[in-house]
Design a protein around this ligand. Structure first.
Ligand code: NAP
Length: 481
């Protein structure tokens, strides 16, 4: 099935931090892919901005290298040269006053104006202030703000207040790239475009939910950044919280930005504080692969792994726990949501084996898809014996889609910015509410002296995390790709 490409309006996109890692690896290659797909009008302009002094031609060379290095493109495709022709560059120090007039002169009246803040969060306020102060941004301009959005509720609130001085909420696009993933959006389609699941989607029929985001990489190379963050700030407060919200939220009245975000916010507000006994922190260890070496601080107490049991206080979920776990240097790279239904209340098959609980697994990576485990009769003449089998669907196979043709999260989200669709972006109150829930957990860790539990690199995490489940007579799904 070929995905439909609907071109966006003519736009001027300014990328602050255009010489940085994110711009090189994701933003520029992503924009080229959208151009190649015919989604970006040839009249559009993409303007890089950073302190490095260079001209348009040098930035185009830099973009060419970045695109070739970070995506599988045909270097000789004439479309690539055409795309580079859309690029320009202005040298700007976010904290200085030079360069802003040159940027203003490049902005074309009538085009959609978007400003991507792909710089350190400490510069978000400076850029917002100068865009407004120099009369570059207007009421229809959009700003795209990268993560992390604050490091606690107070800093997120302060950042919201700074941005709000210059931009309305409907101009601010806070990126959580997880929301741009195909499967994450599919969660909403599966739940709200089928009659099959929704009647069962509650504590009466669901025993528990497991959300796993496992990585095989460690923090070597970015240890000093990660050490100030840790798994809860880096993964739980944003990406995993978003997954949890999409699984747990009530049906929005419409697929509309505020209707969806209102429902997600209600879930975050209904989260109970996490008991210390319901959370496990870990740090990977091992010969040649040790967090304390990678993080550079031999006494660091930052967690590279966290597992927790989360309860949602509302009618739908009373009594159904959500178990979240994420970590680095685990045995496989995988992201999935597993919904375990309750066992049938009564078995009519006395001697044939007990029916097992149905399980719906939604795979985010690798091989995006869904797997529903159902009971059937074991084939053969041996009488009625039950066996559990998977109804397995890979989205790529089912849709005949070539994975390479699927827009990646950044591509999709940038196009949504140009379209003015905020559904897949976090609202300010949502981010603050998520921090309000994680702050007490982080404060308790920072106040306490306890070290994270060590776990072997390449394992499934600390033993204490297994016990968190065993205590409830449940078990984690195996981490495998
Ligand atoms: P980076 O590689 O350090 O790049 C930073 C960029 O900011 C460079 O282009 C740098 O260029 C520019 N810059 C620094 N100081 C500046 C100033 N005073 N005025 C104007 N430009 C300035 O960082 P990154 O990894 O691309 O990350 C950018 C943002 O994305 C951060 O907020 C990060 O948390 C977020 N993010 C990154 C990733 C990722 O995979 N990299 C993933 C998720 C989120 P000059 O030195 O030329 O000024």
């Amino acid at each position: 099935m070929v995905s439909r490409v609907i071109p966006v309006d003519d736009f001027d996109l300014v990328i602050f931090g255009a010489t940085g890692d994110l711009a090189h690896r994701k933003i520029l290659p992503g924009l080229y892919r959208r151009f190649e797909a015919g989604q970006i009008p040839a009249s559009s302009r993409i303007i890089g901005a950073a302190r490095t002094e260079q001209d348009d031609a040098a930035f185009r060379d830099e973009a060419f290298r970045a695109i070739c290095d970070h995506s599988s493109v045909d270097k000789d495709n004439p479309q690539l040269q055409e795309f580079l022709g859309l690029l320009g560059y202005v040298a700007i120090d976010a904290r200085g006053e030079g360069g802003w007039q040159a940027l203003k002169d490049r902005m074309r009246p009538g085009a959609v104006h978007a400003f991507y803040f792909s710089v350190a969060p400490a510069l978000f306020g400076d850029i917002a202030e100068r865009l407004a102060g120099h009369g570059i941004a207007h009421d229809d301009s959009r700003i795209v703000v990268e993560k992390p959005f604050g490091r606690d509720r107070a800093s997120a609130r302060a950042l919201n207040a700074t941005l709000a001085k210059h931009f309305h909420e409907d101009q601010i696009y806070r990126i959580d790239h997880y929301l741009g993933k195909e499967t994450v959006q599919n969660l909403m389609a599966v739940r709200f475009a089928n009659v099959l699941f929704e009647p069962l989607w509650n504590a009466q029929f669901i025993d528990h939910v497991q959300i796993t985001v496992a990585e095989t990489v460690g923090v070597a190379g970015r240890g000093s950044y990660y050490d100030k963050s840790g798994a809860i700030r880096d993964m739980v407060q944003n990406h995993m919280m978003q997954l949890l919200c999409l699984i747990a939220m009530e049906p929005p009245y419409h697929f509309d930005p505020d209707a969806v975000r209102d429902e997600k916010l209600k879930v975050i507000r209904a989260l109970q504080p996490v008991e210390p006994a319901d959370i496990v922190r870990g740090q990977y260890t091992g010969e040649g692969s040790d967090y304390l070496t990678d993080a550079e601080d031999p006494a660091s107490r930052t967690e590279s792994y966290v597992a927790m049991k989360v309860r949602i206080s509302n009618w739908r979920w009373q009594g159904t726990p959500f178990y979240l776990r994420t970590g680095k240097k685990l045995r496989a790279r995988t992201s999935e949501i597993a919904i375990t239904f309750k066992e049938p209340p009564h078995s009519i098959f006395d001697d044939s084996g007990v029916p097992k609980a149905n399980e719906l697994v939604i795979r985010l990576q690798p091989n995006e898809g869904m797997n529903l485990k159902v009971m059937i009769k074991e084939p053969g003449p041996g009488g009625m014996r039950l066996v559990q089998v998977p109804l397995d669907m890979s989205f790529a196979d089912a849709l005949g889609a070539d994975g390479a043709d699927m827009p990646d999260a950044y591509e999709r989200l940038i196009m949504d910015v140009i379209r003015g669709n905020q559904t897949l972006f976090m609202r300010g109150d949502e981010v603050e509410a998520a921090w309000a829930w994680t702050d007490p957990i982080i404060e308790a860790w920072e106040d306490g002296k306890r070290r994270p539990e060590p776990y072997d690199s390449g394992s499934s995490g600390p033993d204490e995390a297994l016990r968190l489940m065993h205590r409830d007579n449940r078990r984690w799904r195996e981490i495998r790709s």
